[in-house]
Design a protein around this ligand. Structure first.
Ligand SMILES: [Zn+2]
Length: 185
C-alpha cells in the first residue's frame, strides 16, 4: 500500500498502486478496482519516512466531555522551554516548575500549570499528528479559542476534546507521579 496526499483537498489516501502517464497519476485503490486519474501536480507520495514524528506520542483514556463514554487521547508532551524535547518519566519537577504558568496557577490552584506543551499548543506538531492519525485527530472548531485546530475526536460521538481538558489531565498525571503510556516512539 502507498500513501499519498491529494494536494487539492489535503486528504491523505492509501492506494493499492500508482502509475504515472503524461500529466496524470493513475491510482488504484484495490487490486481489481477502477483506476482514477489525478493531475500529477496534485499528488504527493508520502514516503514511509514521513511517518516519522519528531516527538513521542502518548496515549491515555478519557471520558468524553459530551457523551461521557471512554475515548482515547493522543498527545505529545514536551517542555515549554524546549518544545522539541519530550517530557519523560520519571518527571523532572524542577524543570517543569521552573517554567510553570504561575499566574494561572494562582488563579486556579487545582493544577500546577507545569511548563509543558500538549496537543493544541504547537501548530506544526498538531498537523503532523493529524496527518498520521487522520481517523483520531481532526480539525475542530473551539469556542474557547474561537478557531479551528486539530483535536482528538471522541470515538463514539465525534466531539472534539479541547486543549484545556488535556492540559489539565496531563498536569494531574504528572503531579500524581503517574507514568503515561507511550503510543508511538
Ligand atoms: Zn463522545
Amino acid at each position: 500500500m502507498i500513501k499519498f496526499k491529494n494536494l487539492k483537498t489535503g486528504e491523505i489516501k492509501t492506494a493499492f498502486s500508482l502509475r504515472e502517464e503524461g500529466e496524470k497519476t493513475y491510482v488504484k485503490f484495490s487490486k481489481d478496482g477502477k483506476e482514477y486519474g489525478y493531475f500529477k501536480s496534485n499528488v504527493e507520495i508520502i514516503s514511509p519516512d514521513s511517518d516519522y514524528l519528531p516527538f513521542r506520542v502518548y496515549i491515555y483514556k478519557k471520558e468524553c466531555y459530551k457523551c461521557h463514554k471512554p475515548t482515547e487521547i493522543l498527545t505529545y508532551i514536551t517542555y515549554a522551554d524546549k518544545p522539541a524535547e519530550d517530557v519523560t518519566f520519571p518527571y523532572d519537577y524542577g524543570r517543569l516548575l521552573k517554567h510553570q504558568n504561575i499566574v494561572a496557577h494562582l488563579q486556579d490552584p487545582s493544577i500546577e500549570y507545569y511548563g509543558l506543551n500538549v496537543i493544541g499548543d504547537i501548530k506544526e506538531f498538531d498537523h503532523m499528528l493529524m496527518e498520521k492519525y487522520p481517523e483520531r485527530i481532526k480539525n475542530t472548531y473551539s469556542k474557547t479559542k474561537n478557531e479551528s485546530y486539530p483535536m482528538n475526536v471522541c470515538s463514539h460521538c465525534g466531539s472534539g476534546q479541547g486543549w484545556y481538558f488535556i492540559y489539565r489531565d496531563i498536569n494531574k498525571f504528572i503531579q500524581n507521579k503517574e507514568e503515561i503510556q507511550v503510543f508511538d516512539k
